[in-house]
Design a protein around this ligand. Structure first.
Ligand code: PAF
Length: 279
């Protein structure tokens, strides 16, 4: 496995692979790798000839400075985790390498970007689109792998890929959970053992909510999820919504969408966790 820090070295290593006919699989990450990331790499290894992983904590997607400052960073631990994966090239650039000058591009994702994460984290998806487009420009991947825990991010990236005319196939990958149901996230590393135990209420409540349909109305389920989670003293729901999984717009009746997904953001102390479940 090779580690590079510059776009130039990255492009050189990738063009050698393209010359020998390898397809490029790309897994962009912000490091603090966990089993969820490893499952993306496994799928990238199964579906492409050469797997590239980027590790970069992207400042432009953080709308909260303390969240950016507290984001876990440990390149050596990440490299150790990558050793037994199909990853062959790691790109770990500096902020200056990715943003030699300010990126002033403003993306427009319409209603897709205005709800849920878009509403509660202004500018977040613009920053995600900035960095993912820069990474796609540098890596030119045939396929890029993204986890479905960040369901709205996936929709935004699919939209960006179409808007900018990339020929990259976006591959959505299932959420990986701890045995107790907690969705794996780099942010889980910031939870105390006690918080982690209580955070399992999030996924348990979502799974329970699915079982309550279709006997309960959409509004009843939404209210029940929020009140059940907020009854736990460790947790505070920021939003929970049941949306059409294509448009991401809120529904009020079960028959308003063919495929529905319930998306949630919850604070556990200072740590913001997101999760989702199909309805
Ligand atoms: O999902 C993430 O880890 C990040 O948002 C991404 C896609 C690597 C862009 O910084």
């Amino acid at each position: 496995m090779k580690l590079v820090h510059t776009k130039e070295a990255l492009k050189e290593a990738i063009s050698l692979q393209k010359e020998v006919g390898n397809s490029i699989g790309f897994v962009p990450t912000m490091g603090a790798l966990h089993r969820g990331h490893l499952s993306l790499m496994k799928q990238a290894g199964e579906q492409t000839g050469f797997v590239v992983v980027s590790i970069f904590v992207n400042p432009t997607q953080f709308n909260n400075k303390s969240d950016l400052d507290n984001y876990p960073r440990n390149l050596n631990a990440d490299l150790a985790m990558l050793k037994n994966t199909p990853c062959e090239l790691v790109f770990a650039p500096s902020a200056n390498e990715m943003y030699p000058e300010e990126d002033t591009r403003q993306f427009n994702f319409g209603k897709l970007g205005e709800v849920m994460e878009g509403e509660h984290r202004p500018g977040h998806f613009n920053g995600v689109a900035q960095i993912v487009s820069k990474l796609f420009d540098a890596v030119q991947p045939d396929k890029a792998f993204f986890g479905m825990k960040d369901f709205q991010q996936l929709a935004i990236i699919q939209n960006m890929t179409t808007q900018l005319g990339y020929h990259t196939e976006i591959v959505p990958c299932d959420i990986v959970r701890e045995p107790d149901g907690l969705a794996m996230s780099s942010r889980n590393k910031r939870l105390t053992a006690e918080q982690q135990k209580n955070a399992t209420v999030i996924s348990k409540t979502l799974f329970e909510a699915v079982k309550k349909t279709p006997d309960s109305s959409v509004d009843e389920i939404k209210n029940w999820v929020v009140s059940t989670i907020d009854a736990n003293p460790y947790l505070e729901t920021e939003y929970f919504d049941i949306v059409d999984n294509k448009t991401l717009q809120s529904i009020t009746h079960w028959n308003e969408a063919v495929n529905k997904i319930g998306c949630i953001a919850v604070y556990c102390g200072e740590v913001r966790l997101i999760d989702n479940v199909k309805f």
